[in-house]
Design a protein around this ligand. Structure first.
Ligand code: 13P
Length: 256
């Protein structure tokens, strides 16, 4: 089996104003592990990408964007393009976060347009998938994850998969304090990996793809989650807003 370097993302969502964002970024440059055993990215709100980018410049922390629009330019009021993000030093983008799917109404087709455009623009992509509570209770977890994975990655070439990370984020675990058990999360990750191997690419590519877990990951549960064989780090919301918590999760992921 291929060994995968864990990848931890801090998704700040629509939180932290200027001074707070700058403070947190400064604290992170001082407290995050400098080991090369984990990749780390932070995703501030759009308005503060430039400020935060300046603070983390020269560190190993990657600057990420929470969203973008896939068209290169034009009459798309309110939207931000990939080349604008590149200008700001962004090298990694979240796509298909459940809040965009379920609150803003993004479809699998739009998610796929964004994946293809971001890969073309040489961004690292984190494609988020995950089931709602209703879908889980109906026994549809693996079918939903497989559908979102296959539709999201439609048309992606095998050689582009080195730029892709998946994030399994069960919707019912996001911001709720409820975490998938390590066994449930591992099972979902394994099924996603099998979908990559059997329905899209091959085992070698599937084994190399990192799959993060997201949904109330905290310092206290990161170790058992990241200890599962198919969990390769995390996508962190609430705990990413505290430098000490985020640093602890990164340390844990690096030490697995
Ligand atoms: P929480 O860690 O707050 O549950 O958020 C997870 C998430 O949505 C990260 O993208």
């Amino acid at each position: 089996m291929t060994s995968r370097k864990p990848f931890v993302g801090g998704n700040w969502k629509m939180n932290l104003h200027g001074a707070e964002a700058q403070n947190l970024a400064t604290q992170l440059t001082e407290s995050l592990p400098t080991t090369d055993k984990v990749d780390i990215a932070i995703f501030p709100a759009f308005g503060y990408l430039a400020q935060v980018g300046k603070i983390i410049e020269g560190s190993s922390i990657k600057l990420g964007a929470q969203d973008f629009y896939h068209q290169p330019n034009g009459a798309f009021t309110g939207e931000v393009s990939l080349s604008m993000l590149t200008d700001l030093g962004v090298s990694v983008v979240l796509i298909g976060h459940s809040e965009r799917r379920h609150v803003i109404g993004e479809t699998d087709s739009l998610v796929n347009d964004k994946v293809l455009a971001a890969l073309e623009a040489n961004m690292q992509v984190i494609l988020c998938v995950g089931e709602t509570l209703e879908q889980r209770e109906a026994g549809k977890t693996d079918a939903i994850n497989m559908g979102q994975t296959l539709l999201g990655l439609a048309g992606v070439k095998a050689e582009q998969m080195a730029q892709v990370t998946l994030a399994y984020e069960p919707v019912w675990a996001i911001g709720t304090g409820k975490t998938a058990t390590p066994a449930d999360a591992q099972s979902a990750h394994l099924h996603i990996r099998q979908a990559l191997a059997q329905s899209l690419f091959n085992q070698k590519i599937a084994d190399a793809v990192r799959i993060q877990y997201g949904g109330s990951m905290k310092p206290g549960n990161a170790s058992e989650l990241c200890g599962e064989p198919d969990i390769d780090g995390g996508l962190i919301g609430g705990a990413a807003l505290q430098a000490a918590d985020f640093a602890a999760i990164c340390e844990t992921a690096a030490s697995q």
